[in-house]
Design a protein around this ligand. Structure first.
Ligand code: ASP
Length: 343
């Protein structure tokens, strides 16, 4: 009798603690596939459905890893790989073209427990740049590697280099031709070159990808991967590989992945600024994100958006453009997928 009672109590206790565990340990993930002039009228119903399906596939792949006890870093890398491998987005296959008709990619990753980070800039022959950023964080003594050096490091880690043209897509090539024609016209008609270039950023660079996640161990992390901006020149590097600008994570505040006109995101240190407002001003991630995206960036012409998560599993997805490809899933909740403002 005594034994049976003890067993029963044990079962009740463990059932009770399981319930507590399920309630107390939130986990969540959010992803983006770029922000910009994403207008509903440019989509056929089939195209829109295909984009939504890819976003859903990506967020649910990361979520499954979290659910099975995987880390936030593993989850976000898996989600980003799916977007890098899809021609829909400006990262990996589908990356935009440089002025010289090649692809140069940037990526970074950061974890919030110890603020470890890794980044690569201007790589041309790496199929999944986010994986290389992760290796830079885990296996090198540095934080950011660029160009040929990054690729030599990749080979030393067993990553095979791929031909640059595996990233080619017809729609990005057409965008480059349109961008070049626009810039040529601006020059010929003596228009403000800066202003013309500015509008290119909004129209032709959509599709950077990123993810932020919280795992069951209470650790948050962020990652971003991109082909940068159409028609970029001279080895231009955007915000995506710059820790603090395009990517940031600290368990004490939040994890952020950005997309938008990189030059502004670097100058305004966007990802770190959002987390600093959370940490030092006691703002929620929603307040901090809205302030930086709408009150700081928008008035100066900085277009784009961010995805944010905190260690409690709150998620915020602010943007100041017409749309942002995005999706999220928090423990026990339904998957959310959005493209347009009113989604
Ligand atoms: N932020 C990226 C860059 O400037 C582009 C983008 O997010 O669309 O390189």
């Amino acid at each position: 009798m005594k034994k049976t009672l003890a067993m029963l109590t044990g079962i009740l206790l463990s059932a009770h603690s399981n319930t507590l565990l399920a309630k107390e340990v939130p986990f969540a993930i959010a992803i983006h596939g770029g922000a910009g002039t994403i207008k509903k009228e440019r989509f056929t119903p089939e195209k829109e459905a295909a984009y939504r399906a890819k976003l859903q596939e990506s967020v649910e792949a990361g979520y499954a890893i979290l659910e099975n006890g995987g880390t936030s870093l593993d989850a976000l890398t898996a989600s980003i790989n799916i977007l890098e491998n899809s021609p829909f987005f400006n990262a990996g296959k589908g990356a935009v073209y440089t002025h010289d008709e090649t692809h140069e990619m940037d990526a970074s990753i950061m974890e919030g427990k110890n603020r470890q980070a890794g980044a690569v800039a201007g790589v041309k022959h790496i199929e999944n740049p986010i994986d290389l950023a992760r290796l830079v964080m885990d296996e090198s003594v540095h934080v950011m590697l660029s160009g040929d050096g990054a690729e030599t490091f990749a080979q030393s880690q067993g990553i095979k280099l791929v031909s640059n043209n595996i990233f080619d897509t017809e729609h990005r090539y057409k965008s480059l031709q349109r961008a070049k024609a626009k810039m040529k016209k601006a020059k010929e008609t003596n228009k403000d070159y800066q202003a013309a270039h500015q509008s290119l950023a909004v129209e032709y660079k959509v599709g950077t990808v990123g993810a932020v996640a919280l795992d069951k161990y209470g650790n948050i992390a962020a990652g971003t991967s991109t082909g940068g901006m159409t028609n970029k020149r001279f080895g231009r590097i955007g915000d995506a590989p710059v820790i603090g600008a395009g990517t940031f994570a600290d368990n004490a505040s939040c994890a952020v992945s950005a997309t938008g006109h990189g030059e502004y995101f670097i100058r305004y240190n966007v990802a770190a600024d959002i987390c600093a407002r959370v940490q030092y001003q006691g703002k929620t991630i929603e307040q901090a994100g809205n302030e930086v995206i709408h009150d700081v960036l928008k008035p100066v012409g900085g277009t784009g958006g961010v995805i944010i998560i905190d260690a409690k599993g709150n998620i915020s997805l602010p943007f100041n453009t017409k749309g942002m490809y995005r999706a999220s899933k928090a423990s026990g909740q339904k998957t959310y997928v959005g493209i347009f403002k009113d989604d």
